[in-house]
Write a protein that binds this ligand. Sequence first.
Ligand code: TMP
Length: 199
Amino acid sequence: MSRGKLVVLEGIDGAGKTSIAYKLLEDLEKSEYHALYTYEPYNTRYVEILKNEYNNFRSAFLDALTYAADRLLHIEMVIDPAIREGKIVVCDRYYYSSAAYQGAMGAPIEWILEINRFARKPDIAIYLDIDPELGLKRRRGLSSRFPEYEQLEILEKVRQNYLYLVDKGLLIMVDASRSFNEVYHDVKKLVAEKLRIDF
Ligand code: TMP
């Protein structure tokens, strides 16, 4: 069986990651590829413990370490086994989220990338770029599990950090302010080219 692949989608809430991921999955499966959708944070119990029991002691550093630990568990329990089975794994958020969000909260991006160095490298990582104001508008009415990041000022910093990762060549940017069909068309094309698959 051929080796599986890891596709990562990134962006602020409201960028459309989840809808794009689901459509990718649908089309991959229609073309008879085995695919799996997954997302981070994975085992939110880690994050819950951090919030419920240690909230007074929280920092961007502790958050970044918690997400990194959660990620290694996610890789070990979900991503690697699926890849070994030859699946195309579509992951909604990955270590770029740590770089962008915990970076925005004050931890140095290079350090965040360093503590995630042992996480499997994706075959392709796409950043869906939207203006945070548009993201908030799109999400209005939907509840987030992590509302503290929904402040415009922070989201502006998060976006700058994502753009920095694009500049570093770690993420491929897609303009997600357009219609779903336009955004999906570009994402699908990038995935097909990079993974050298036809779907
Ligand atoms: P969601 O469940 O509403 O998508 O929220 C996920 C939130 O978690 C989002 O605001 C970003 C945040 N997050 C981080 O801050 N660092 C990380 O490493 C990950 C995976 C998520």
